[in-house]
Design a protein around this ligand. Structure first.
Ligand SMILES: Cc1cc2nc3c(=O)[nH]c(=O)nc-3n(C[C@H](O)[C@H](O)[C@H](O)COP(=O)(O)OP(=O)(O)OC[C@H]3O[C@@H](n4cnc5c(N)ncnc54)[C@H](O)[C@@H]3O)c2cc1C
Ligand SMILES: NC(=O)c1ccc[n+]([C@@H]2O[C@H](COP(=O)([O-])OP(=O)(O)OC[C@H]3O[C@@H](n4cnc5c(N)ncnc54)[C@H](OP(=O)(O)O)[C@@H]3O)[C@@H](O)[C@H]2O)c1
Length: 271
């Protein structure tokens, strides 16, 4: 006798979302995974933006959450980096997706972690905690960013070593990437720090700035300077609040799409 088929819900596009197919899934640890989906020709976004994605909810309607696109604007596929919240309405189910499954993709990407919201500068510092890394994976893989800035710095603070998603790719300067590999080898600096397990850097980002450790090997001064540096922040509310205050104290002015400035912020999650 043949096995009963597992019933997979077929999603219908809505006015606000298209239906895309999952292409690949990678689990980093019990809390984090990333995946790629098809990109419709009509989907345009700026590297660093976020979009609503999701599955069908129990009530039959789309259950959507905000996600930063982790792939760059030029890429053919869309990539996302996701938390697994055990009892999270979306991620308790999203973490089970497999290639061939369908997800909703919102039609309106938006956000402030874009180079348009920053004034020109020499060094771009992208400071992230946890899944706040996602928009910076997009920007660090975008060739334009290497044209706009001489030095591109991705700082990622996590509790555990296993949460350093994309560590190999970032450490190697995306060496396998035909579009940015050459520029990133010269201009990209990756500074991981792990705060609750032994690691080379094991203090929070503010302490790395204070001690100067964050600037090791990066041309220029061993401090942040609004005259030359631009900063993007993505992480928990606490992290953003603390760093925004720190930067404003140093003379940095917050920017927006309407009025570019010296630094920009975005929450990696609500909570
Ligand atoms: C602008 C924006 C961009 C976002 N981008 C991403 C992204 O790229 N990747 C991603 O995984 N999430 C991202 N999020 C969070 C995302 O929208 C959802 O909250 C997350 O997918 C969990 O959904 P859920 O329905 O399972 O649980 P929810 O009910 O949404 O969240 C339950 C609780 O889990 C915790 N939580 C939620 N998301 C995270 C997270 N990312 N890291 C740590 N704790 C979390 C919070 O305490 C929250 O109250 C983003 C949120 C915003 C506002
Ligand atoms: N990561 C886990 O293993 C884990 C497991 C289960 C549940 N959770 C829960 O999930 C939620 C999010 O956890 P998370 O680990 O993704 O994010 P998180 O608690 O924000 O920690 C991520 C990184 O950011 C650092 N950090 C936090 N606040 C900061 C601030 N104000 N300034 C500078 N650095 C700051 C942390 O350092 P510190 O380590 O010094 O705080 C850590 O290195 C939390 O409520 C947590 O309790 C996490």
């Amino acid at each position: 006798m043949s096995q009963p088929q597992v019933e997979v819900a077929t999603l219908e596009p809505t006015a606000a979302a298209t239906v895309e197919t999952v292409l690949t899934v990678k689990h980093w640890d019990e809390r984090l995974f990333s995946f790629t989906v098809t990109r419709p020709a009509s989907f345009r976004f700026r590297s660093g933006e976020f979009v609503m994605i999701g599955l069908q909810g129990d009530n039959g309607r789309p259950l959507l959450r905000a996600y930063s696109v982790a792939s760059p604007a030029w890429a053919e596929e869309l990539e996302f980096l996701s938390i697994k919240v055990p009892d999270g309405p979306l991620t308790s189910r999203l973490q089970k997706i497999q290639p061939g499954d369908q997800i909703y993709l919102g039609k309106k990407p938006t956000g402030t972690l874009v180079t348009d919201a920053l004034l020109p500068g020499k060094r771009l510092f992208m400071l992230s905690t946890g899944t706040g890394l996602a928009p910076f994976l997009s920007l660090a893989r975008d060739p334009d960013v290497y044209e706009f800035y001489e030095q591109v710095v991705v700082v990622h603070s996590v509790r555990k070593v296993s949460e350093l998603a994309f560590r190999e790719e970032l450490s190697s300067g995306f060496a396998e990437d035909p579009l940015v590999g050459e520029q990133a080898a010269q201009q990209l600096h990756y500074v991981p720090t792990v705060t609750r397990e032994p690691f080379k850097n094991n203090v929070r980002i503010d302490k790395l700035i204070e001690s100067g450790a964050l600037f090791e090997g990066i041309p220029g001064e061993a401090r942040l300077d609004p005259a030359t540096d631009r900063v993007m922040l993505c992480g928990s509310m606490d992290m953003i609040k603390d760093f925004a205050a720190l930067l404003e104290g140093m003379g940095f002015v917050e920017g927006s799409n309407a009025k570019p400035g010296d630094f920009v912020i975005e929450r990696a999650f609500v909570g």
